[in-house]
Design a protein around this ligand. Structure first.
Ligand SMILES: [Zn+2]
Length: 408
């Protein structure tokens, strides 16, 4: 991609209302733009990062045997009324009606829709277990959207639902999901702790949240530095001692990037989703649900990986792998650009008519991991630097492909 053709330009200063790091940096670097409070557009750079997150999480979920679906946003009021959530959902539903005065709630979570599907398709123990996921816009009528992409009214969420014959089978699958999520967060270079959590208006027997320590985080958790046990403060034990090893718990701010629930028979009983077991007995489906807000995850990566100059993207989720900066006007840089892209490499090529200082500043802000600079000074060599690392290296241009281990 030629940087001169990029739709966005970097901004010198963040918007006045930008308090959190992700809001400031993602806006200044041209990844996202706020339309109105809590509602955001993803711009070309931001969408490239987002799509990568999607791909990685899809791969992990497919690997544990779940199947992707796409469920509607407009969910009829009757379905919400079956579970009693039409009026009790917190944050409240966005509600609207069609021209026949029929009411709908915009999906803020999809337990009702998925249970409606399962009561139609799952009838026997032979149909179990099953796991379905989707990536869908969710709508939440938040009182106070805040923190850039951290708390918004509309956001893309990856939600997974599973169906089982027994609590035991649910717990086994639940652990598989936890492992898959941990792998996903590792690729995003996020260290998480899994803490006991309040189930809120989703409900169920038990839930846990994946937390990333961060000053920006709205959640407060109590964490045991000795054994790693943790809990959201809303679920904290009376005395602030670890229930596992009795060490003193530490209070920390954190961002919740995933929430997993053992729902049990909560939805299946309310919505009559039954199956017939091996003995011919009719039983409610045992369910689990597992969510990750992908824009919030993206924001959290920025909250964790940045410095005073800009974002430092982890390689696997970066908008581009290489940022090629040319400080002189000749054909060599263009040749290198075409060479790298011909090998399928993702390159942002800064061939704009700007000073080296301006180009370097933008490159730091945008945060692409591998930077290549070609200038009068470097001659037949190219300067290589990793974002977030001060060291530079001079590579002979003819050795470039060997250096990066690029082969067909
Ligand atoms: Zn402990």
């Amino acid at each position: 991609m030629y940087q001169s053709k990029l739709f966005t330009k970097t901004l010198k200063s963040p918007p006045k209302d930008a308090v959190s790091i992700n809001h400031q940096l993602l806006t200044r670097a041209g990844f996202i733009k706020q339309l109105t409070s809590g509602i955001w557009s993803f711009l070309p750079l931001g969408w490239r990062v987002y799509k990568k997150l999607e791909k990685i999480v899809e791969k992990e979920l497919d690997a544990i045997g779940s199947q992707e679906v796409f469920l509607p946003t407009l969910i009829p009021a009757e379905l919400w009324r079956e579970t009693g959530r039409w009026d009790t959902m917190d944050p409240p539903l966005f509600k609207c009606k069609d021209r026949h005065e029929k009411w709908f709630g915009l999906g803020s979570t999809h337990e009702e829709v998925i249970t409606e599907l399962s009561r139609f398709y799952i009838n026997s123990y032979r149909d179990l277990p099953q796991a379905l996921y989707q990536i869908q816009n969710k709508f939440r009528n938040e009182t106070r959207p805040s923190g850039g992409l951290l708390r918004t009214k509309e956001f893309l969420m990856k939600d997974l639902y599973s169906f089982h014959q027994s609590e035991e089978d649910l717990r086994k699958f639940y652990q598989k999901v936890v492992k898959a999520y941990q792998k996903f967060f590792k690729v995003c270079k996020l260290e998480t702790v899994l803490v006991e959590a309040h189930s809120g208006s989703i409900g169920g027997n038990k839930s846990q949240e994946f937390m990333v320590f961060s000053e920006t985080g709205e959640d407060k958790i109590l964490y045991c530095p000795r054994c790693g046990w943790g809990t959201n403060i809303e679920k904290a034990p009376d005395e602030e001692k670890c229930p596992k090893c009795f060490s003193k718990l530490e209070k920390k701010n954190a961002i919740e990037i995933g929430h997993v629930f053992e729902l049990g028979a909560l939805y299946s009983e309310k919505m009559s989703a039954f199956f017939v077991d091996q003995k011919g007995k009719r039983k409610p489906l045992i369910m689990g649900c597992y969510g990750i807000g992908l824009p919030r995850l993206l924001a959290t990566i920025v909250e964790v990986h940045h410095d005073q100059d800009g974002i430092i993207w982890p390689l696997r989720v970066a908008p581009f792998e290489y940022h090629l900066l040319s400080f002189k006007k000749d054909k060599e840089a263009n040749r290198i650009y075409r060479l790298l892209t011909s090998y399928g490499k993702e390159v942002l090529f800064d061939e704009r008519d700007l000073s080296p200082g301006e180009k370097l500043k933008d490159a730091d802000l945008i945060g692409i991991p591998k930077r290549l600079i070609i200038s009068q000074k470097t001659g037949k060599m190219i300067e290589y630097k990793e974002r977030g690392n001060k060291k530079t290296k001079l590579i002979k241009i003819k050795d470039l492909m060997k250096f990066f281990n690029i082969n067909f």
